[in-house]
Design a protein around this ligand. Sequence first.
Ligand SMILES: NC(=O)c1ccc[n+]([C@@H]2O[C@H](COP(=O)([O-])OP(=O)(O)OC[C@H]3O[C@@H](n4cnc5c(N)ncnc54)[C@H](OP(=O)(O)O)[C@@H]3O)[C@@H](O)[C@H]2O)c1
Length: 322
Amino acid sequence: MSTRVQKKLNSGFSKKPEPSEILAGKELSGKVAVVTGGYSGIGLETTRALAAAGVKVYVPVRTPDKAKENLKDIEGEVIVDAMDLGDLASVRGYAASVTDRESKLDLLINNAGIMACPEARVGNNWESQFAVNHIGHFVLTQKLRGLLLNAGSSRVVCLSSIGHRRSDILWDDIQFESADYEKWTAYAQAKTANALFALGLDMKYRDQGIQAFSVHPGGILTPLQRHLPNEEMMALGWTDADGNISEQVAALFKSTTQGCSTTLWAATSDALADTGGLYCEDCDVSNLATQDSPRFCDVAPWAVSEEGAMKLWELTEKMLAE
Ligand SMILES: NC(=O)c1ccc[n+]([C@@H]2O[C@H](COP(=O)([O-])OP(=O)(O)OC[C@H]3O[C@@H](n4cnc5c(N)ncnc54)[C@H](OP(=O)(O)O)[C@@H]3O)[C@@H](O)[C@H]2O)c1
């Protein structure tokens, strides 16, 4: 299996830097970004930080009322339009509307996601976590590729998760047609797909100016956990019986602002200027996981496999053609 060299750069940031530390000294005015899910949790803070730095930020939204409320105090230029990643006609329409208004796109942050939800099917009977987290972003990126190329030098950041370490792509049963649906395996598969998509994009387009990275943002309490009953959060050691956050979570988890810092680092760091396709965590490139890796860091070989990236790319194109 060929993988990119996944090795920490020792970028010099603490484990929990704030966005202002990551963007200090960066000249970003005049840049244009799209941030999917940029109105909740980590995405909202990504939008806030980029807009404050002078970036024009497009935020596609599927829940307009929530977006209006959450984005109301953001300073800077934020443009909100409807899009549902589970509805590919709306994804294509959204990309076309951005293409009508802009001549280039400097940053695409594929941040939106769903986690561990009950089994649901979208599009062509696709499993919903794979479809929303991966296929929707695959189509959005392909449709915005012309704008990314026009920028001359652009970056795409795909939100993966340490959860990817639970599963490779289920190559023979991606849609859970044979095996029973298991919500965490489905999330892991989708987050592996996010990392492989960033690698595949970088392999195909870096020489034309598009770099791509994947990111584990850390553990952050956000509406992402909406499908987890408190009993499950207790079993994970996150909460007590009354739903209060445990000391373990307080120590290990990041705030939502800290949670967007690795995204911002991957989107802007000069240390990444000559590379791409890498999986990042804690504002640094991640190490490749070994049997001795701690449970909550490092990247599994299958999520940075060049063969896996090309195989997933071809399979996704095939699914879209059916
Ligand atoms: N929080 C963590 O600990 C953690 C850890 C590892 C990785 N991540 C990754 O980080 C990313 C952001 O997560 P978060 O914690 O910030 O979660 P969040 O607060 O739930 O935000 C997710 C965003 O994605 C949007 N979204 C979901 N389904 C969509 C769809 N079909 N079409 C368009 N937008 C859709 C949501 O919109 P609605 O609000 O309208 O549903 C929301 O704005 C996710 O990709 C997640 O997998 C998070």
